[in-house]
Design a protein around this ligand. Sequence first.
Ligand code: ADE
Length: 248
Amino acid sequence: MRIDILTLFPEMFEGPLSESIILKAQEKGLLSIRLTNIRDFARDKHRTADDYQYGGGSGMVMKPEPIFEAVESVLDDEVPGEKPAVVMLSARGRTFDSALARELSSFSRMVLICGRYKGVDERVAGLATHEVSIGDYVLTGGELAAMVVVDAVARFIPGVLGDIESAETDSHFGGILGPPLYTRPEDYRDQRVPEVLLSGNHERIRKWRRTEALRATAKRRPDLLDKAELTDEDQEILDDIEMEGDGS
Ligand code: ADE
């Protein structure tokens, strides 16, 4: 996937995009990420990217012209028929989740527009295929949100995660939280790793993990269960959990 990030602060991305799995994905040629400074498209001598808002009120608004021109410049080699996802990060957007990350991972190109100040001139929204918020709070800009989107989308691109990091056992895969995880030592500060995980019995381990994943979801995020992909076995497990009551 080719990703273009349009921002007034390209330096903010240096660390997060050059470490670990995202770095490896670029080295393997699965991801290619290009940063474009929106200010390079501001035409006046002060390179102004923002202005006062019509109607009055506090806070500056990002001007449309530099953003339109920046988007056009990164898409100038657009292949006919290959529609890019153009994602505008904004606190007014649709809430980002695993399903949206997966949907975005199916595009071969994605352009991310990072807003700053009070917000972005509404005419820019007309350029976007998706307007996305990463949660119900306001950030100082879209940059951190764009990093979250790149990271979560990249994990769904085939080959980005090795078998060992497989997304299938992650929280939110299939719509529920993941199970608790343990590593060595077996006994730490009087807390033992659950015996079943040491048993070597794959079927018992699978069932325990599924049960604990469903238990955590029912307790912490019951809202997820309405939309989750649940089997008959899951439903039985949930019924048993409900019968047990809240033992905590
Ligand atoms: N810009 C400011 N707040 C934001 C949020 N919650 N998500 C995405 N972009 C933002």
